[in-house]
Ligand binder design. Structure first.
Ligand SMILES: NC(=O)c1ccc[n+]([C@@H]2O[C@H](COP(=O)([O-])OP(=O)(O)OC[C@H]3O[C@@H](n4cnc5c(N)ncnc54)[C@H](OP(=O)(O)O)[C@@H]3O)[C@@H](O)[C@H]2O)c1
Length: 246
């Protein structure tokens, strides 16, 4: 059972297909047109950890690979609980977090609520690169201009009085993100510490332009076996035994 939603999960699905590993890719269903993968897929929640445990039992999957987004903490909690309840081995493929380097001006906050509080009282022009689901929390700070970049066009207007929404899907480049920040005269980048390469461009662009970044740290997840590469997941499967071929 491959819990997906990331570039790395799609890459893993390709590795599974090539290796003939019988696997199912699970999407949360957050985007209207998820990028295709070369293995069978399912979409939507399982109904909490009990639902996932029941699903694992019914389908007979022997291994759980959690390759979800670092901020999809509820799914990761549920996966650990379901793995424990069913006695199914679990591995998590985790991207290293981004770290500050020379030329960066980052301020860390533990979550979205603290990011909202941390905004300056003087009006800012904010690139709010946090996805769609938690944007409404910034309605508490209507004095700022917000630039949102979303995968899908929104189904309802954003609850922010001064905002511009663009739709685009990564990976992004530093050159294009720098042009974007300049075009909208951005003065602050707010982002989640997702890690990885595809979304890193905005940080490189912010560094090049000398812009500050408000970095939202990752939520905590329960202790679990974590690896950082596709090869390590393949090794883990090889050393834990699995059903191969169809
Ligand atoms: N999920 C993604 O693909 C994704 C991608 C990019 C960024 N993010 C970031 O993560 C934050 C939280 O996202 P989220 O609400 O999707 O995660 P979440 O809060 O961990 O998950 C909420 C519920 O969505 C379902 N779910 C999540 N991932 C699933 C998967 N791969 N397959 C099946 N069901 C899944 C589960 O429902 P049940 O309890 O009913 O099983 C889970 O309890 C977002 O604001 C965004 O920053 C997530």
């Amino acid at each position: 059972m491959l819990l997906g939603g990331t570039t790395e999960a799609r890459a893993l699905a390709k590795r599974f297909a090539v290796a003939g590993i019988e696997a199912l890719y699970s999407y949360a269903g957050r985007t209207k047109s998820p990028q295709p993968v070369p293995i069978p897929t399912r979409i939507g929640g399982f109904g909490g950890s009990d639902g996932l445990a029941a699903y694992i039992t019914q389908t007979g999957f022997t291994h759980i690979v959690d390759a979800t987004h670092p901020f999809a903490a509820k799914m990761s909690h549920n996966a650990v609980a379901a793995a424990k309840a069913t006695g199914t081995p679990l591995v998590a493929l985790v991207r290293p977090a981004w770290t500050q380097g020379p030329g960066d001006t980052w301020a860390d906050v533990p979550d979205i609520a603290h990011a909202v509080q941390a905004l300056d009282t003087e009006p800012q022009r904010v690139f709010l690169a946090i996805g769609r689901t938690e944007v409404a929390q910034f309605a508490a700070r209507p004095e700022h201009f917000y630039l949102l970049r979303l995968v899908d066009p929104p189904s309802a207007p954003a609850p922010l009085p001064d905002c511009k929404i663009i739709t685009d899907r990564g990976p992004f480049t530093e050159t294009a993100d720098r042009a974007l920040l300049e075009k909208y005269r951005i003065s602050l980048v707010v982002t989640k510490n997702a890690g990885g390469t595809g979304a890193r461009a905005k940080l490189d662009a912010a560094r090049a332009l000398g812009l500050p970044v408000l970095m939202i740290n990752r939520p905590t997840v329960p202790p679990r076996h974590e690896v950082a590469s596709l090869d390590a997941v393949m090794d883990w499967i090889a050393h834990n035994g699995t059903r191969r071929g169809v």
